[in-house]
Design a protein. Structure first.
Length: 237
């Protein structure tokens, strides 16, 4: 008798657990099983109802719900807590563009930058600030203000499992300053390589001008041998 009763209780418990796990409402609406505001807003697509208990809304009703469901209208909009992803652009300097001086001397102009706040997907507010010294000439050794990607810095506040798209603008700056420095071993064993580099020097400079007109080419040398003699002792060389 006791064994039969134990089996019956076990089957009842298994039935209850299975009904919770395979409840179609829970599978289709994961918000139903969330009992706290924290768990609710950490669940994708869920919102929390902050409405105080009343004749139309009791504590027994679930407060976590899916706003996307058209048949749910029990929680007024002013009591619905459904935070969106927040994005605030901190620094957004304009992309650099080659100036008239840049054609001959590698100068660049830099526009103003924008600091703006962004929340959700429908509204934003921004302020336009003119940066002091917004334009100037920067040679190959002073290109710290050249901007090729915008915005440069932003703050994000994201919900768990909520996708958020960030848009960037990119443009390769014209005549971006490039310094190419060729360091070569000038010991006797590298003589043939030195001759080859001398012949290719003009071709190398011409090829680089297809990439940027603000180009400087430099050469350096060193000797990798520290003891006498400084040349190869092989007779045939």
């Amino acid at each position: 008798m006791k064994r039969t009763l134990s089996i019956a209780i076990l089957l009842l418990l298994l039935n209850l657990v299975a009904s919770q796990i395979f409840d179609p409402n829970v599978l289709q609406n994961p918000c139903i099983s969330q009992n706290t505001c924290r768990d609710c807003i950490q669940t994708k697509g869920c919102a929390w109802c902050l409405q105080p208990p009343s004749d139309q809304f009791s504590n027994d009703q679930p407060r976590c719900f899916q706003p996307s469901l058209s048949d749910y209208d029990r929680c007024p909009e002013e009591f619905t807590w459904n935070p969106d992803n927040e994005q605030r652009i901190v620094i957004e300097r304009a992309l650099s563009r080659s100036s008239a001086a840049g054609i001959s001397g590698g100068g660049y102009e830099e526009g103003a930058y924008v600091e703006e706040g962004y929340s959700g997907s429908s509204s934003y507010q921004g302020h336009y600030h003119e940066e002091h010294g917004a334009s100037g000439s920067y040679g190959a050794s002073g290109h710290r203000h050249i901007v090729q990607i915008s915005p440069q810095r932003m703050n994000l506040k994201l919900r768990i499992n909520e996708a958020h798209r960030i848009s960037f603008r990119y443009a390769r700056a014209e005549d971006y300053p490039v310094d190419l420095y060729y360091l070569m071993d000038l010991s006797k064993s590298m003589e043939d390589d030195k001759e080859k580099l001398s012949k290719l020097g003009d071709l190398l400079a011409e090829t680089m001008t297809n990439i940027t007109r603000n180009f400087r080419l430099g050469f350096g040398s060193f000797v990798d041998k520290v003891l006498m003699p400084y040349v190869s002792t092989v007779p045939k060389k």
